[in-house]
Design a protein around this ligand. Structure first.
Ligand SMILES: NC(=O)c1ccc[n+]([C@@H]2O[C@H](COP(=O)([O-])OP(=O)(O)OC[C@H]3O[C@@H](n4cnc5c(N)ncnc54)[C@H](OP(=O)(O)O)[C@@H]3O)[C@@H](O)[C@H]2O)c1
Length: 254
């Protein structure tokens, strides 16, 4: 599969891992990338501007992916404009930081919010994009997490949402074969604003240093490391329904 002249959509593409994926798609020759956001307009506009350096047209797409109508309208907007989609990356994600033992803090609102973005959002976007992806024999990549594989991470519902996203990946791979491949990437800790916003810069730095020391490849992942795995899956023509862990080998040690 070549991305030359192709069109991508990256949910939550204006920041962090999503931004690195937008750059990677543009670098691989995509002619346009839809950069979705819900709140981060300034970051998204900066990402869109940066894509021009690769001769790639960035389109900022405001939509809350947890809302079926907004997710569908966003995909339709790209199809109407470019008449194709080659790659969809479901990267948008949220969490709440809740100690695993604090079950009372896991309210219905928390479940609905986290599953709404991390699981339902990926499903809504994938379903809406499926007809266009079928026509190009395109690919979907979902951004899950090692929290979906282990009892670790920011909260119990977050881990459950990511485990469900890995299972959605397998199910959709079967549902959309043979035309569309569906895979996921599960990063371990990645140096983005993710933990800085919730816990502050000092916490994030300490956590990353601690992770780096325990990691066989000695480091904490950068957003670009996740983007490399995404591109590997996008370009691998006989791989579907698979999840790749990007954690420098940390999970291989336990
Ligand atoms: N950083 C890590 O350690 C790590 C580890 C494993 C997995 N991940 C996963 O990687 C993905 C990206 O995270 P990140 O680290 O790059 O942090 P981030 O910069 O905060 O990215 C999260 C993105 O999701 C978007 N988003 C959230 N709710 C949305 C909604 N309702 N509709 C559309 N977009 C929405 C955000 O945009 P708005 O601000 O506009 O809402 C933001 O661009 C997430 O799925 C996360 O679970 C991160």
């Amino acid at each position: 599969m070549s991305l030359k002249g192709g069109v991508g959509i990256v949910t939550g593409g204006g920041t962090g891992i999503g931004r690195a994926i937008c750059h990677a798609l543009a670098q691989a020759g995509a002619r346009a990338v839809g950069v979705n956001y819900s709140r981060s307009r300034d970051d998204t506009e900066a990402t869109v501007r940066a894509l021009a350096n690769y001769d790639c047209e960035g389109i900022a797409l405001q939509a809350d992916v947890a809302r079926k109508d907004e997710a569908t309208a966003m995909v339709t907007q790209i199809v109407e404009r470019f008449h194709r989609i080659d790659v969809l990356v479901n990267n948008a994600g949220i969490t709440r930081w809740i100690d695993f033992s604090d079950l009372d803090a896991v309210t219905d609102e928390v479940w609905q919010a986290i599953l709404g973005v991390n699981l339902f959002g990926a499903f809504y976007c994938s379903r809406a994009a499926a007809p266009a992806l079928r026509a190009t024999r395109g690919a979907i990549v979902n951004i899950a997490s090692t929290s979906g594989h282990r009892g670790t991470g920011s909260s119990l519902p977050y881990g459950v949402s990511k485990a469900a996203l890995v299972q959605l990946t397998r199910g959709m791979a079967v549902a959309l074969a043979p035309e569309i491949r569906v895979n996921s990437v599960s990063p371990g800790e990645v140096a983005t604003r993710w933990s800085i916003i919730a816990k502050g810069e000092q916490y994030a730095k300490a956590s990353q240093a601690e992770t780096a020391a325990r990691t066989p490849l000695r480091g904490c992942a950068a957003p670009e490391h996740v983007a490399q795995a995404v591109m590997g899956l996008v370009l691998s023509e006989f791989v579907t329904g698979q999840d790749i862990i990007v954690d420098g080998g940390l999970s291989a040690t336990y």
